[in-house]
Design a protein around this ligand. Structure first.
Ligand code: CA
Length: 203
């Protein structure tokens, strides 16, 4: 799994910006929240593959946020902590975080953890475990991501697997630019150098 949508919850603006750039350089889509409230808002509005969560937040303690996230969602949570206190890590893992990193950390260390968590989530539970709402409506179209079917004005639209996967991928990244290589990876399972035309044809 090369590309994921990652929610970064970090109130340190400078660090948040650095991490966002790092993740985007590695082809992830990065949503940033500076408070717990923003994080909850984001995650109820769109599906997220992984959360990077700073424990020291201005509004709600990261541990509490982690507990709240776990009560509703199952995507991996990687906690970041400036506290070297072992107790925080233990509590963090107890309330459902999957892994933790202590600040300061090396970028490559973060990327390695992210990669491992995504791979595990992907292997165990399908591409996106988030999805509190799996039916997406776009104008007259109703796209059932879980049931893999599309309705237009109540009528089922016949689609091939590739067509559906492509549409679903676009819907999951609505209003966001999506690199054609990423699309190829996700829909065809290989990158575009093998076949340059099929994407345009299907679109
Ligand atoms: Ca902080």
């Amino acid at each position: 799994m090369n590309s994921a949508r990652i929610l970064l919850v970090e109130d340190d603006l400078f660090l948040a910006e650095q991490l966002r750039r790092l993740l985007e350089e590695h082809h992830h889509q990065c949503l940033v929240a500076h408070t717990a409230e923003q994080a909850l808002q984001t995650i109820t509005q769109q599906s997220v593959d992984l959360i990077i969560l700073d424990l020291g937040l201005p509004d709600v303690d990261g541990i509490d946020l982690c507990r709240r996230l776990r009560s509703r969602w199952t995507m991996p949570v990687l906690i970041l902590t400036a506290r070297s206190d072992a107790l925080d890590k233990v509590v963090g893992l107890e309330v459902g975080a999957d892994d933790y990193l202590t600040k300061p950390f090396e970028p490559k260390e973060l990327l390695a953890r992210v990669r491992a968590l995504l791979r595990r989530a992907y292997e165990y539970g399908g591409k996106s475990q988030a999805a509190p709402d799996t039916v997406v409506r776009v104008d007259a179209l109703e796209i059932d991501l879980e049931g893999r079917c599309v309705y237009r004005a109540g009528e089922r639209v016949p689609m091939t697997r590739i067509e559906f996967d492509l549409l679903a991928e676009l819907v999951r990244h609505a209003n966001k630019p999506l690199h054609r290589d990423t699309l190829f990876e996700k829909v065809w399972g290989y990158d575009s150098e093998f076949n340059t035309n099929s994407l345009e044809v299907i679109i």
